[in-house]
Design a protein around this ligand. Structure first.
Ligand SMILES: *Cc1c(COP(=O)(O)O)cnc(C)c1O
Length: 251
C-alpha cells in the first residue's frame, strides 16, 4: 500500500481524514459524556460509500475498524480490494450494509456484510436467509448475519423502513431464520418536525423490541448532522460519512 500511496496528494488526504476523524471522535465523546453514558457504548461506523478503497485503507491506518457501505456492486468490490491490500496478520475490518437491499442482491451482500442495517420487509428477510445460508455452505462467511430492522418513524415510504406496528412480525421472522439473528433497530430521522420527538419514538420502539428479544441491543441512529441528539436518545451506533470523508462525489 505504501508505494501507491506515497505521493503528496495522498499525504494531504490522509491529513484531512485524520483531522476530520479527530473532530468527529471528540464530538462523539462529548455527546456520550453529556448523555451521562459510558464511553465505548457507542460505535462509530464510518460510511465510505462513493469513496475509494484507498480512503478505507487510510482510515484503517488511522485506527478505524468498522465501515458502512450502501450499494452493490460497489461495496462488494471495495471490500475485496481492501482485504486484498491488507497484510494477512492485520485485523480484519468489519463492513456493514446500511443502504436498501434489492432482493436479488441478497446473495452478494451475504458474502461480505457482518450486519445489514436496512431490513424492512418479509421478502427481504427470506432472501437474506437464503443468501446467508448459501454463503455459509460455500465457506464465504462463518457466522450468522446480524439483522437490524429499519423503522420508518413517519411512515414515509421513500426513506425506507417498516412502521413501528410492523416490527413485531418481522422480528419474529428474523429470529426464526437459522442464518439470521436479530441485532436491533435502525432509523434515519426525518428532516421535518422535531428530531427529539422522532428519536424518542425510536427509543420507545427499541425498548419494546429489547423487552421481547434481550440480545437485540443495537440502536443504529445518528449521522453527520444529528449524531449528538441520537446519542442522547440511546443510539449505540452512529453512521457518519460526510463529517469524516467530506462531500460525496456526485455518482
Ligand atoms: C449515507 C448514509 C449515512 C451517512 O450520512 P452522512 O450524513 O454523510 O453522515 C448514514 N446512514 C445511511 C443509511 C446512509 O445511507
Amino acid at each position: 500500500m505504501s508505494a501507491r500511496m506515497a505521493d503528496a496528494g495522498d499525504e494531504r488526504r490522509r491529513a484531512e481524514l485524520a483531522a476530520n476523524l479527530a473532530a468527529v471522535s471528540a464530538r462523539l465523546e462529548a455527546a456520550v459524556a453529556d448523555a451521562g453514558r459510558a464511553s465505548g457504548e457507542v460505535t462509530l461506523l464510518v460510511v465510505t460509500k462513493f469513496f475509494p478503497a484507498d480512503d478505507v485503507l487510510r482510515l484503517i491506518d488511522l485506527g478505524c475498524a468498522e465501515f458502512g457501505e450502501s450499494r452493490e456492486p460497489e461495496a462488494g468490490r471495495k471490500v475485496a480490494e481492501v482485504v486484498a491490500a491488507l497484510d494477512d496478520s492485520a485485523p480484519r475490518p468489519k463492513f456493514d450494509m446500511i443502504g436498501s437491499v434489492q432482493r436479488k442482491k441478497a446473495r452478494s451482500v451475504a458474502r461480505w456484510a457482518r450486519t445489514v442495517h436496512s431490513v424492512d420487509s418479509a421478502p427481504l428477510i427470506d432472501a437474506l436467509g437464503r443468501g446467508v445460508t448459501a454463503a455459509l455452505d460455500a465457506g464465504e462467511r462463518d457466522s450468522a448475519l446480524n439483522v437490524l430492522l429499519q423503522v420508518s418513524l413517519d411512515d414515509d415510504p421513500l426513506r425506507g423502513g417498516v412502521p413501528v406496528d410492523g416490527l413485531a412480525q418481522l422480528a419474529e421472522q428474523v429470529e426464526s431464520a437459522d442464518a439470521l439473528r436479530l441485532g436491533g433497530l435502525m432509523a434515519i430521522a426525518p428532516q421535518h418536525g422535531e428530531r427529539e420527538r422522532w428519536l424518542a419514538k425510536l427509543a420507545r420502539a427499541h425498548a419494546d423490541v429489547v423487552a421481547e428479544y434481550p440480545a437485540a441491543t443495537t440502536l443504529s441512529a445518528g449521522m453527520s448532522g444529528d449524531l449528538d441528539v441520537a446519542v442522547k436518545f440511546g443510539s449505540t451506533c452512529v453512521r457518519v460519512g460526510t463529517a469524516i470523508l467530506g462531500d460525496r462525489p456526485i455518482p
